[in-house]
Each structure stands twice: as C-alpha cells, then as structure tokens.
Design a protein around this ligand. Structure first.
Ligand code: ADP
Ligand code: MG
Length: 189
C-alpha cells in the first residue's frame, strides 16, 4: 500500500476475454516493465467499469515488484498535492522530488473538471517527467475532450502532445464490468 493503490488488482486477475479489443500480449509486454526503462507512458481510455484502474494498478504493482518507486493518485488528488506544495512555496521542489519516482499513476482524468491553475500544475508535472520518467494516465474521455476538462485548450494540447510522444494509448471498450450481473447494459454517456 506504500504506493497508495486504492485496492489490490493484478494483471493475473484481469479477464482478457471480457475485453476482446484489448491485446493481451501488449499488456503482458508492458507488465515486463521495459516502458519504465524507456520513460514511456501508458494511457488507458474508455468508459466507466472497463478495467482502466484495474490495469493501472496491475501495471503499478508489477513496476513496484521490479524495484521501481511508484505513486498512485487520482487526478484530483495529484492537483491537490501540487496546489498544497504551491501554497507552501515548494512547487518546484515537489516536482523535482517526484522525478525520483519511476512511475506516477494519474487515475480518472476527466470525471471532475479542473480550474485553470490545476491544468497548469498538472502540465508542469507532465512536462518535468517528459522523456525522463513514466506516467500511466486513465480517462473516460477521448483526448479531444481533455481541453474541456482542463478549461484550457492550449494547455491541454501541450500536455497531450508530451504524454503521447512516447506512449502506448490503449482504448478499452464495452459495458461496465461492475454492471456485469446487474441486467443493466448501458450507462448515460
Ligand atoms: P474503470 O477504472 O475503467 O472505471 P475498474 O478498473 O475500476 O474500471 O473496474 C471496475 C471493477 O471491475 C473493478 O473491481 C475491476 O477489478 C473489475 N474489472 C473490470 N474489468 C475487468 C476484467 N476484464 N477482468 C476482471 N475484473 C475486471
Ligand atoms: Mg477507474
């Protein structure tokens, strides 16, 4: 739990048959951790309940087992952490400190819209890690809608540009796994 994972989910627990569009080999390869040596990123996109957080945690656990320093947080938690550092006059220091972590996971970009200062803070985090250390991000929204989330099209575009330059972008599809046995087949979109 040192990495802040909200629950324990492993790649071994993931049922790939439930996510047929997903390439099992790609996930297994990523689990090998080469992306961390190359400071590449992983972006998991898709509707709620399709396994984004599960895969992010599973990859994070693998990375931690391989000896990498890993930190998990939601986008909202990361913004709060950076805002706190900013208010203490220690933003630059905090961002440098976070570079010592080989993997930072930013879960749930898109559920809660940000104010512009939040967009700027996350941009600085992304920017400082670019070609230096890895990020895993998850979002329910396609990149085209990140501008709305960040309230700033220019900052969002610059952030996405850096994130995807060296990244695996993986789109999950289908109905929520959470609703699997509920009889409900669609959620509002
Ligand atoms: P998301 O982050 O995309 O909203 P989660 O990763 O939190 O979804 O998945 C929701 C729940 O369903 C979790 O308990 C997760 O472990 C489980 N789950 C989702 N997809 C799968 C899958 N393909 N195999 C096994 N469990 C899954
Ligand atoms: Mg999630």
């Amino acid at each position: 739990r040192a990495a802040g994972f909200p629950s324990r989910k492993t790649l071994d627990d993931f049922i790939f048959d439930h996510q047929p569009a997903l390439k099992r080999d790609q996930i297994i390869h990523l689990g090998g951790g080469l992306f961390l040596e190359q400071a590449r990123n992983i972006v998991l996109l898709g509707p709620p309940g399709t396994g984004k957080t599960h895969l992010a945690i599973g990859l994070g656990i693998k990375a931690a087992h391989a000896g990498h320093r890993v930190l998990f947080g939601t986008a909202v938690e990361w913004v709060a952490r950076l805002q706190d550092a900013h208010h203490r006059g220690r933003l630059a220091e905090e961002i440098v400190r976070l570079r010592r972590y080989g993997l930072i996971i930013v879960d749930e970009v898109g559920y809660i819209p940000f104010e512009q200062d939040a967009a700027n803070l996350l941009f600085q985090l992304v920017s400082s890690r670019y070609e230096h250390a890895s990020l895993i991000l998850t979002s329910n929204l396609p990149f085209a809608r990140w501008g709305d989330v960040f309230g700033d099209q220019v900052v969002a575009a610059a952030m996405i540009d850096r994130i995807v330059h060296h990244a695996d972008v993986i789109s999950l599809k289908g109905a929520s796994y959470r609703l699997k046995d509920s009889g409900i087949t669609t959620l509002p979109s």
